[in-house]
Design a protein around this ligand. Sequence first.
Ligand code: MN
Ligand code: MN
Length: 315
Amino acid sequence: MKNQPLGGNEMPRFGGPGTFMRLPSAATAEGLDAAFIGIPMDIGASQRSGTRLGPRQIRAESTLMRPYNMWTRAAPFEGLQVADIGDVPINTFDLKDSVRRIETFYDEVLTHDAIPLTMGGDHTLTYPILRSIAKKHGPVALIHVDAHADINEHMFGESIAHGTPFRRAYEEGLLDAPNVFQIGLRGTGYGPDDFDTAREWGFNVIQAEELWYKSCAPLMDRIREQIGDRPVYLTYDIDSLDPACAPGTGTVEAGGLMTQQGLEIIRGCRGLNLVGCDLVEVSPPYDPSGNTAVIAGNFLYEMLCVLPGVPYGKA
Ligand code: MN
Ligand code: MN
């Protein structure tokens, strides 16, 4: 019997452990197939703060989720050994030191062959994770769902911030550029280069307007066909969703994806060789209903459901 989330008939859903889905906690990723990890960080954010509280709130709002996926029929806890291994002890007084600490933490996680599922935290954190991932897997394909391209050269003169991770990752050769997909980009910019620079690098940029009123399933069919069996990392910025769905974030843009489209994107990753996933930019102080964190928790569960090795019930 593998680790299971604590059920609502064993302990009321408002009680019990404060781990993701009330899973068992573990000190390390040893023996795990997948590990939930929090990174309580907002010192890379450029607008509203508060994502340091994201992991705690996502865990708190993850308690209603049950183990079986009623639509896709995934039973992730039957096939994978999963636990919550806690938070990365970042240095909240030093972003560059925090980035080093994150990379060191993930280097250790990856020695155990566990797939990391990360709760942010601001989007800076994906850069050190990708550094660690590339050491193990080489340059990876990337599915990046976001309102923003996050390819700034610098922010206020700083090379490391939540708006720069994918430029740094590209420059360092951590990404397989023709197999990078940026989905949901929109809003205002300084000029066309804000998105077109990534296109020049070979990234595939799908702006939010291209997906308005549409299913994202055909897009994901195309992405799966192109990526094939390459190792792929999924990074999901909650601000890709319309603020009507997910108001609790720091850099809000109008006209975003619907929750259903986010689910289609994540479920459309089934069959890919996923080597890591993250969900970033949940800011609880701007999430008075808690629903942004609820959606974030559900999206993390859906990511778990599409990892290699997850069994599916009869259709
Ligand atoms: Mn982002
Ligand atoms: Mn964003």
